[in-house]
Design a binder for this molecule. Structure first.
Ligand SMILES: O=C(O)CCC(=O)C(=O)O
Length: 375
């Protein structure tokens, strides 16, 4: 008898049991490579021709930059301005899956301080940073690769990953100690961003025609997850051959990215082009992750993005991920399932889903596509 293909849930449960504990080979810090590779990069970092940044057009004109939305209109008390802001966000979610927000309520000083404190971390001596080295078990700490496939092609970046929520996962002792008050800065930054994500997810619920609290409750209410990945992209002698971060969509709910204001790098897929994002001063770049795509039954889509690197400038960015509680099944909202639009996805917990991502590393949109219900 022919054996039926395992469902994505069965596969993830099986993988959970075999969750990798160690990296498959010694970790090489890209920052160290950047110092020694003056003219060329090691072969492992060279991307296949079709993925290299140089052969895909990117548009630099302003009309093609991400929409910039002033969030002040949501809370100013004027119903027309509020309705117009909701519409702008709705349009951006449909058209781009990405937008920038300004007047978002997070202190500019805190944003600058958080980014510059993290920059300092990456400029500490290597032996200090190595004390925070991570493993693929939780990814928490200082890392240089995503995915555990031996011999895999790698990206030109190092990173630091830490948990904010749920509180049971938050362990400030695993956060780096860069300067006396740095952990307070990182803590305050996390609290402010959780608040902002809470506001944005309400707006998305309303725009989808759901109860204001729907998405937040589907994410687990008080028990949502939040984590930060700080990416460090060192200078690269051959930026045309590699990527700082390969094309991927974000696995979680929504992401708030604080980009390096002076060094471009993020590219977003729009139709068949890669658009290089020009960050507005003190803006957060917001994007929809795979879990919102699933909950909205693909009315909103998580969009592929990637990062290019520079030969003469390093870049630091802070990606803050607001995620569902790890163990509740995420599936399309019943209100968004209609006879002419059946549920596109089978339910899966975020824990199971994240394991897919962590084993394989960035893979375009193939991960969320793999969740599609068989038809
Ligand atoms: O560095 C960036 O601009 C984007 C980072 C990103 O996409 C990620 O960390 O998932």
């Amino acid at each position: 008898m022919m054996k039926s293909k395992p469902s994505s849930t069965e596969l993830a449960t099986k993988m959970n049991k075999n969750s990798p504990q160690e990296w498959p080979e010694p970790i090489v810090r890209v920052q160290s490579l950047s110092k020694i590779c003056k003219d060329s990069i090691p072969e492992r970092y060279i991307k296949p021709l079709s993925d290299r940044p140089s052969i895909i057009t990117s548009s630099d004109d302003d009309a093609n930059n991400l929409p910039i939305i002033d969030l002040g209109g949501l809370y100013g008390g004027d119903p027309d301005t509020r309705a117009s802001t909701l519409r702008q966000i709705s349009k951006a979610c449909h058209d781009w899956g990405f937008f920038q927000v300004v007047n978002h309520g997070v202190s500019h000083d805190l944003m600058d301080l958080a980014r510059e404190t993290w920059r300092q971390f990456f400029h500490l001596p290597m032996e200090v940073k190595q004390k925070y080295s991570n493993s693929p078990k939780t990814y928490e700490g200082y890392g240089s690769r995503l995915g555990v496939e031996k011999g895999a092609n790698l990206d030109w970046s190092d990173y630091y990953y830490l948990h904010y929520l749920p509180l049971s996962m938050k362990d400030c002792n695993k956060w780096p100690h860069v300067a006396p008050s740095c952990r307070e800065v990182f803590d305050e930054y996390g609290k402010e961003l959780v608040k902002l994500c809470g506001k944005l997810i309400k707006v998305m619920s309303i725009n989808l025609g759901l109860e204001e609290e729907y998405l937040e409750n589907a994410f687990g209410g008080e028990d949502i997850g939040a984590c930060l990945r700080v990416c460090f992209y060192p200078k690269c002698p051959q930026p045309e051959l590699t990527l700082g971060l390969s094309s991927h969509s974000d696995p979680g709910g929504i992401t708030l990215l604080l980009s390096d204001e002076h060094v471009y790098g993020l590219q977003v897929r729009k139709s068949n082009n890669w658009i290089t994002v020009k960050p507005a001063p003190h803006a957060f770049i917001v994007n929809i992750g795979d879990q919102i795509q699933v909950l909205s039954n693909a009315i909103y889509k998580s969009v592929e993005h990637r990062v290019i690197v520079n030969s003469d400038k390093e870049r630091v960015s802070l990606a803050f991920f607001y995620n569902p509680k790890s163990d509740i099944p995420i599936e399309p909202a019943k209100e968004l399932v209609k006879p002419n639009r059946p549920a596109l996805y089978t339910a899966m917990t975020f824990d199971q889903y994240r394991l897919f991502i962590r084993l394989r590393g960035p893979c375009g949109k193939s991960q969320v596509e793999s969740l599609k219900s068989p038809r």
